[in-house]
Write a protein that binds this ligand. Sequence first.
Ligand SMILES: *Cc1c(COP(=O)(O)O)cnc(C)c1O
Length: 435
Amino acid sequence: MKLYSTNNKDLRVSFQEAVFNSLPADRGLYMPEVIPQLDAAFIRNIQQYSLPEIAFEVSRALIGDDIPAGDLKAIVADAINFDAPVKFLDAGTAVLELFHGPSYAFKDFGARFMSRVMGYFSREGDALLDVLVATSGDTGGAVASGFLGVEGTRVTILYPKGKVSKVQEEQLTTNGQNIRALEVNGTFDDCQMLVKTAFNDTELNGELRLTSANSINIARLIPQTFYYFWAYAQLKTQGVNDVVFSVPSGNFGNIGAGLLAYKMGLPVKHFVAGTNVNDTVPRFLKDGRYEPRPSVQTLANAMDVGNPSNWVRIQDMFDNDLQTLRNVISSYTFTDEETKKAMDSLYTTFGYIACPHTAIAYLAANAYKQAYPGEYASVFLSTAHPCKFPEAISSDVFEHVVLPKGAEVLAGKPKLATPMEPDYAVFKAYLLQNK
Ligand SMILES: *Cc1c(COP(=O)(O)O)cnc(C)c1O
C-alpha cells in the first residue's frame, strides 16, 4: 500500500510511515494511492463471511503486502473480537450497534486495530513508542484499552478533570500496566495544547519516540470500513439489498470510512451525516462554502467539532466535486432540544435507549426518509453505549439502562491518575522524569 498526501498527490509513503507519522508534513491527510476494488463474488456472497473474515479480506485488499497475510489475519482476529449487530426497530429502520467493544464506543475498532499495527511495526530493539493522547472522553478509553498490554508501547492520556463521565473516567484511569492517565486541571483544549506543544518540541522528541493516536491516522480509518461490510452482510441475510447508512458525525472519520467502503465496491444507496449544531458540513453541502466555526458545546459532545479534520479526505475521494458529493451524502443538523426528544421517543416508541450521538443519527435517518421515501433499509449507527452519557439522557430513561457486563468490575478498580496543571513546563518535566 502506498499513500499520497491530499496536499501533494506526487508524494508516496509506505503504510508503516503513514501510521507512525499520522499526518504528512504538509498538513494534508494520507490517502491510498489507489482504492482497490473488492472482488464482485466476495460482495455477492458476503453473507457467508464472519466479521473477522470480512475484516481480513477488506484490510488485505487495502494494505496488500505491507503486512503478510498470516500476520494480518492474527492482527485482525485480535483487534476485532467483539460483534457489531444490526437490530431492526421496525420493518424499514435498523440500528447498527458499534459499542460492544471494551470502551463501549465505536472508537474501539480504530484504536484496537491501530495499536496492534503500531506494535507490529515496532520491531525489537526499537525505542519504546510513546503515544500521547488528549481526550474529551471517548477517544482516551478506546486508545487505553486498545494499547493495554501491547508490547513496545506506552500511552499517556490527558483528560480534563471533572469533565468526563464516571464510566469514561473509569476507563481512562483503571488500566495500569503501560497506560498512564493525567488528570488535567483545565479543559479539553488545555489537554490538546499540552499534547500539541509536546509534538512540536524538538528537544523532547530527541529524548522520546512520540506518536499520536490521532483520529485521522490511516490505521484508524481502515478498520472502520469493516462494520459497513458486516452490516451489509447481515442485511443481505435478511433479504435486504438497498441500504442507506446514517452516521452521527463530528470529525467525519466514521462516515469517511463508510465512503471508502463504498468506493471499494460496497453497494450503498446513500449516506446521511447527522450533526449537532456544529454544522460546518451541512452548511457546505447546502451552499458550497466551507466555513469552519469555533466548536459549540452540545449534549453529543464527542461531535463538538467546528472544523472536521476528515472532511478533506472525503472531498478527495470525490475529486472535490460538490455535485458528486451531494449525490452520495446528505447532511442534517439538530439542536440539543431535538436530540433530547429523539432519545425520549426512541425509548417510548421502541423501548430503545440511545446515547445522544446515536439519537442524532436516528433523526438524520428519519429526515432523509421523509425527503426521499422508498423501499430501502435505513440503518443508523449507534456509536456509544448510553451508560457513558448519564448527564445527557433524561433520568426516567437512564434508570432503565442496563450496564454492559464489564462495567461493575471497572467501577471496583482503584483510580490511577496523576494530577497535572495545564502548564507545558510541568508536563514536559513529568514526561522526562518518568521515561
Ligand atoms: C467520536 C464519536 C463520534 C464522532 O465520530 P467521527 O468519526 O468523529 O465523526 C460520534 N459518536 C461518538 C459516541 C463518538 O465517540
